[in-house]
Design a protein around this ligand. Structure first.
Ligand code: FAD
Length: 518
C-alpha cells in the first residue's frame, strides 16, 4: 500500500479507540511545517478540544538536525524556521499557550519523544497536520498506532493543500498526471465545495488557571542547530533583512501583493528584473501562510467568486498556487518519486555526464552564459530565484551540460529558502523532461534567446554579474559572441563552457538513446 493508504488504515484501525479516549489533563498541537496561528486546521481543532474540556492547550515543535540533513534543508531555511519559532512562541504566549521546543538528536526518536512528552504532561490527545512525504506519512501512521497502544489519541488533518490529495480523479477513476485537466477538476471541486476556502480562526486563549498548570513550559529558548554555523555572519544578516519571519509578515506580503501587483501578474511575472511576483513561497514552505488564505485573499479582490473568471492576473496567480497542490497530489499518488526515481520510468536510462567542472561552474555561476550565471548568483545572494530563471538554469544543467537533473534538484534544496520537495522535484522533472506533465525532451531552451526575451535590457544580468555591469547594449547577453569579449575577460568573466548548438545535438542523441534502451 502507498504511504497515504497506510495512514488511512491506521486511522481506521484505531477509530474506536480514538473515539472513546477521554480528554485528560491537556491537549497538544504538534507544529511541523505549519508555523502559524491563523488558519491552521489542526491547531484550531486542538484548541476546540481543549476549550470544550477546560484543559490547557500545549504546542510543541521538535527540532531534529538529522531531519534537516535528511531533507537537505538549506541553512537559510533552517535559520528562517528558527526565527519563525521565536515569533510563534511570542504570538502563542499572548494567548497564554506555551510553545515548547526541544532538540531531538535522532530522527527516529521523534515519535517516542512526542509520546513521552504527552505522558509527562498528562495529555491524552495529539493533533497535527499531515505532511505528504513518504517518511512523514509512514511516521504518522506508526504514531497513530503507538498512541492507541498507550491509551492516547493522535488526530491528523489535511491542511497544506487547498484540495486534499486523493479528492480528484479522472472519469476513468485514475489519478491525473497532466496539469490542465487536473486544474479544471481542481477548480470545479473548489466551486462545488466552497468551504475549502473557509479559513480557521486563531486558537482560543488558555484560561488563566489552565495557563498556570503549564507555566513551566513558557520558559526556554529556541535552540540553535549546527546548520546555522554554515551561514557566515554577513549572509545571516543579509538573509534576515530580505526575509523577515513570522505570519504577520506573510499576511502583509500577501495583502500588499494582492493590492498592488496581482492584477498585472500575467503580463509581468516572467521578467526576473521586475519584482512582480508575490514572494510568498518562503511562507507557504514554512507554513507561516496557508495556501487557502493565499487563494482566498486573491479571489476576494476579484469581482466574482469563480477562480477561473474575472481579472486575468488573479486567475493566473491562483492557477500558479494550484501547481503547488498539483505537485503534492503527484507525490502522494506516485510516492516512488521520493526515491530518486524519475516520474517517467522510461527516462531512467539516460547516460548523464558527471562532469564535475561543468557542475561546479553551474553551481558557482561561472558558465559563461550570463543569464544562467546571474540566476545562480541570485540564489546564493537571496536564497531565492525567480521562476523563469529556475526553468532556465534547470534546462541548462540537464540539457546543455547533460548533468543528472537530480544533482541540480539537490543543489536547489540545499540553497533555497522556499525548498519544498514536491514543487522542486516537479520543477526539475518538468525542465529535464523526466517528470510529470513535462516539457517534451526535444524542447530545449536556448539560453541566449531566453535571456533576450525575459531580461530584455540586461538589468538582471548586470545586477548579479558585476563583471558585466559596464557592458553596453545587447552584448551583455553574450559578451564573447558580441564583441565585448576583451572587456568581459578583463573583468574576469569566463568564456562559455559549452556551445549551445553542439550541446543540443548531444542531448537529443542521449535522450533518444536512453529511450531506445528502455
Ligand atoms: P508566485 O509567482 O507569486 O506564485 C505564487 C505561489 O504559487 C508560489 O509561492 C508557489 O507556492 C506557487 N507556485 C508558483 N509557480 C509554481 C510552480 N511552478 N510549481 C509549484 N508551485 C508554484 N517552488 C517552491 O515553493 N519550492 C521549490 O523548492 C521550488 N523549486 C522549483 C524548482 C524548479 C526547477 C522550478 C522550475 C520551479 C520551482 N518552484 C519551487 C516553483 C516556483 O519557481 C516558485 O514557487 C516561485 O518562483 C516562488 O516565487 P513566488 O512566491 O514569488 O511565486
Amino acid at each position: 500500500p502507498r504511504p497515504i493508504e497506510q495512514l488511512v488504515a491506521a486511522q481506521e484501525e484505531t477509530a474506536e479507540a480514538r473515539r472513546s479516549t477521554k480528554v485528560k489533563d491537556a491537549v497538544i498541537h504538534w507544529f511541523k511545517m505549519d508555523l502559524r496561528t491563523t488558519d491552521n486546521r489542526a491547531l484550531w481543532e486542538a484548541s476546540e478540544k481543549a476549550a470544550q474540556a477546560g484543559v490547557p492547550l500545549i504546542c510543541i515543535y521538535m527540532v531534529s538536525p538529522k531531519d534537516f540533513e535528511a531533507h537537505l534543508t538549506a541553512p537559510v531555511r533552517v535559520d528562517f524556521m528558527l526565527r519563525t519559532l521565536e515569533v510563534l512562541k511570542r504570538d502563542l504566549a499572548a494567548l497564554h499557550i506555551p510553545l515548547y521546543v526541544e532538540t531531538v538528536e535522532k530522527r527516529r526518536e521523534v515519535p517516542e519523544r512526542v509520546l513521552d512528552f504527552m505522558q509527562e504532561w498528562g495529555a491524552s490527545h495529539l493533533f497535527a497536520n499531515i505532511e505528504y512525504e513518504v517518511d512523514e506519512l509512514r511516521r504518522e501512521a506508526k504514531m497513530i498506532r503507538m498512541c492507541a497502544g498507550r491509551g492516547l489519541t493522535m488526530e491528523v488533518f489535511h491542511d497544506t493543500c487547498i484540495v486534499p490529495p486523493g479528492a480528484l480523479a479522472t472519469g476513468a477513476g485514475k489519478q491525473y498526471a497532466v496539469y490542465s485537466p487536473w486544474y479544471r477538476s481542481w477548480v470545479a471541486h473548489v466551486h462545488a465545495n466552497p468551504d475549502l476556502l473557509s479559513t480557521f480562526e486563531q486558537p482560543t486563549a488558555n484560561l488563566p488557571e489552565a495557563r498556570d498548570k503549564v507555566a513551566a513550559l513558557f520558559d526556554g529558548e529556541i535552540p540553535d542547530v549546527p546548520h546555522n554555523k554554515r551561514l557566515s555572519e554577513e549572509d545571516t544578516k543579509r538573509f534576515r533583512a530580505i526575509w523577515p519571519a513570522g505570519e504577520r509578515e506573510a499576511i502583509d506580503r500577501l495583502e500588499k501583493f494582492c493590492e498592488e501587483k496581482v492584477a498585472q501578474y500575467t503580463k509581468r511575472r516572467n521578467f526576473p528584473s521586475d519584482p512582480a511576483t508575490s514572494n510568498i513561497s518562503v511562507h507557504l514552505a514554512a507554513g507561516t501562510l496557508s495556501a487557502r488564505m493565499a487563494v482566498r485573499t486573491a479571489r476576494d479582490r476579484n469581482k466574482t467568486k469563480k477562480l477561473d473568471a474575472g481579472v486575468e492576473g488573479i486567475q493566473t496567480w491562483i492557477s500558479e498556487v494550484a501547481w503547488r497542490d498539483f505537485y503534492k497530489h503527484v507525490l502522494v499518488n506516485w510516492p516512488y518519486i521520493c526515491m530518486n526515481k524519475p516520474f517517467k520510468p522510461e527516462y531512467s536510462n539516460i547516460e548523464w555526464s558527471y562532469n564535475a567542472a561543468h557542475f561546479d561552474a553551474w553551481c558557482t555561476g561561472r558558465t559563461g552564459f550570463p543569464i544562467v550565471d546571474a540566476a545562480m548568483r541570485q540564489v546564493r545572494s537571496m536564497g531565492w530565484m525567480h521562476n523563469r530563471c529556475r526553468m532556465i538554469v534547470a534546462s541548462f544543467l540537464a540539457k546543455d551540460l547533460l548533468v543528472d537533473w537530480r544533482m541540480g534538484e539537490k543543489f536547489f534544496m540545499e540553497h533555497l529558502i522556499d525548498g519544498d520537495f514536491a514543487s522542486n522535484n516537479g520543477g526539475w522533472g518538468f525542465s529535464a523532461s523526466t517528470g510529470v506533465d513535462p516539457q517534451p525532451y526535444f524542447r530545449i531552451f536556448n539560453p541566449l534567446l531566453q535571456s533576450e526575451k525575459f531580461d530584455v535590457d540586461g538589468d538582471y544580468i548586470r545586477k548579479y554579474v558585476p563583471e558585466l555591469r559596464d557592458v553596453k547594449g545587447k552584448a551583455v547577453h553574450d559578451p564573447y559572441g558580441r564583441g565585448a569579449g576583451p572587456q568581459a575577460r578583463k573583468a574576469g568573466y569566463p568564456e562559455p563552457i559549452v556551445v549551445h548548438k553542439d550541446s543540443r545535438e548531444r542531448t537529443l542523441a542521449a535522450y533518444k538513446a536512453g529511450l531506445d534502451r528502455d
